[in-house]
Design a binder for this molecule. Structure first.
Ligand SMILES: Cc1cc2nc3c(=O)[nH]c(=O)nc-3n(C[C@H](O)[C@H](O)[C@H](O)COP(=O)(O)OP(=O)(O)OC[C@H]3O[C@@H](n4cnc5c(N)ncnc54)[C@H](O)[C@@H]3O)c2cc1C
Length: 401
């Protein structure tokens, strides 16, 4: 077992850490208090700097202008970037584009790669992933109502989606729609590329989430597809293989998210410890002298460390045996890391008292936004059920003494 980080990765992580501290953290107060639109020019300047430093699109293929890091390497990058909510976007490896890039690279035709993949990796356009529906359970995605019916050379799409993250300002959506209603459930749906300027692609609203509708990249849209017509050449991969492709998208995506959450844990842990040693709670006594605070700090340190090692191990498993064989590890980290992050953010907020509730620190932003981690990419309960079934299967027919 080798826990060593290569010299190359130490250098990259060091450069990213410095960039986050010097360039992004100072922007956060504006990010929390001003409309995103007013920050776009500054964000674009930071993206240009990242490109100059040759740290752009760390996880994406070299032939399209990325750094081509492997999954374990990118996991370390994702952790470093997670310290700021702007990190992944400024370095060109943000969800949902990252997942869309992966599947376009794996399943896209030459034309699709030229038209959508290349500008996406270059950061010239954005995209969204449009699967979840208002009236259907996202936890059982085979229950889709959105249809794509063939007419002439086209697909005509009808349906109502929501939580299509970052649709506002995106150039295209990858839409999951039923194309083969008579097939077995997991072979009914396909992924179809829909440019957002197609007539019938109607962005109804950015949904207000925890008090904020957000805008642009930082938003989640409800979309009505009304006789939305795209050429059949916009099909991604094989017809009916939408869920097969979705599986490919989710494995590495969960590593990216989980390590981003570890980065968030690191950031709020630093804030919590720093506040504890500074805040005097009685004459000459800081919060750090109180055992209950010490206990939160020790528990947080242990939980962050264990979740981090689990995620890195899952990334290593995916590299070694593939996402399908690593399904148990992927499910374990998804609910483990999300739960640890929620606890650590909550403790950090509590240590800050009233200040923790304000937007004067980044903690309340993380508290609001990252609650969703226990829901998207598979709710905790769904992953727990899946892991438990896998484990219990190993005991069937065995007598343990
Ligand atoms: C911030 C955010 C961003 C998102 N981004 C996207 C995106 O970009 N594109 C996209 O398509 N979707 C996105 N989603 C949607 C997300 O994937 C779904 O919300 C998720 O799959 C859960 O589906 P649901 O909301 O329909 O909940 P439901 O399926 O209705 O489940 C509700 C709750 O029931 C419980 N539950 C579900 N199944 C079981 C079970 N078998 N046993 C026990 N309990 C169960 C869980 O606690 C779950 O939270 C996003 C969601 C959020 C919150």
């Amino acid at each position: 077992m080798n826990f060593e980080v290569s010299d190359k990765m130490k250098t990259i992580i060091g450069m990213i850490g410095e960039f986050i501290d010097k360039e992004l953290i100072p922007m956060e107060q504006d990010f929390l208090s001003k409309p995103l639109k007013s920050l776009i020019p500054a964000i674009e300047r930071k993206r240009a700097l990242v490109k100059q430093m040759e740290l752009w699109a760390p996880n994406h293929p070299k032939e399209y202008g990325g750094m081509g890091l492997d999954l374990v390497e990118h996991a370390l990058v994702s952790e470093a970037l997670g310290r700021s909510p702007l990190g992944h976007y400024v370095f060109g490896c943000q969800a949902p584009d990252a997942g869309n890039i992966e599947i376009l690279n794996m399943f896209g035709t030459k034309e699709q790669k030229g038209k959508y993949l290349r500008p996406l990796v270059e950061g010239k356009i954005r995209s969204c992933f449009s699967m979840t529906e208002v009236d259907m359970p996202g936890s059982n995605p085979v229950m889709l109502e959105t249809t794509a019916v063939k007419e002439g050379n086209d697909y005509v799409i009808n349906g109502q989606k929501w939580y299509s993250s970052s649709a506002d300002g995106a150039d295209f959506a990858i839409v999951m729609a039923v194309t083969n209603p008579e097939a077995p459930p997991y072979l009914r749906a396909s992924m179809i590329i829909v440019p957002t300027n197609t007539p019938g692609f109607n962005l109804v609203r950015n949904i207000s989430v925890m008090g904020h509708a957000g805008e642009g990249y930082f938003s989640h849209a409800e979309i009505l597809y009304q006789s939305c017509r795209v050429p059949q050449t916009n099909l991604l991969g094989t017809e009916g293989h939408g869920f097969v492709i979705a599986q490919e998208r989710l494995g590495p995506g969960r590593i990216h998210h989980c390590m981003r959450w570890i980065g968030i844990c690191n950031r709020v842990f630093d804030l919590m410890c720093s506040r504890a040693v500074q805040r005097e709670i009685s004459a000459g006594k800081t919060l750090a002298t109180k055992q209950i605070i010490q206990s939160w700090i020790a528990e947080s340190a242990a939980e962050i460390q264990s979740a981090r090692l689990m995620v890195l191990h899952a990334a290593w498993m995916i590299e070694k045996v593939g996402a399908s064989a690593a399904r148990k590890e992927i499910s374990l980290i998804k609910f483990m890391a999300a739960g640890v992050m929620q606890k650590v953010i909550d403790r950090a907020l509590q240590v800050h008292g009233g200040l923790g509730m304000t937007d004067d620190t980044i903690i309340s932003f993380f508290y609001r936004h990252e609650r969703a981690a226990r829901i998207y990419d598979g709710a905790d309960e769904v992953h727990k059920i899946s892991v438990a079934k896998r484990i219990l299967k190993e005991y069937e027919g065995k007598k343990i003494k």
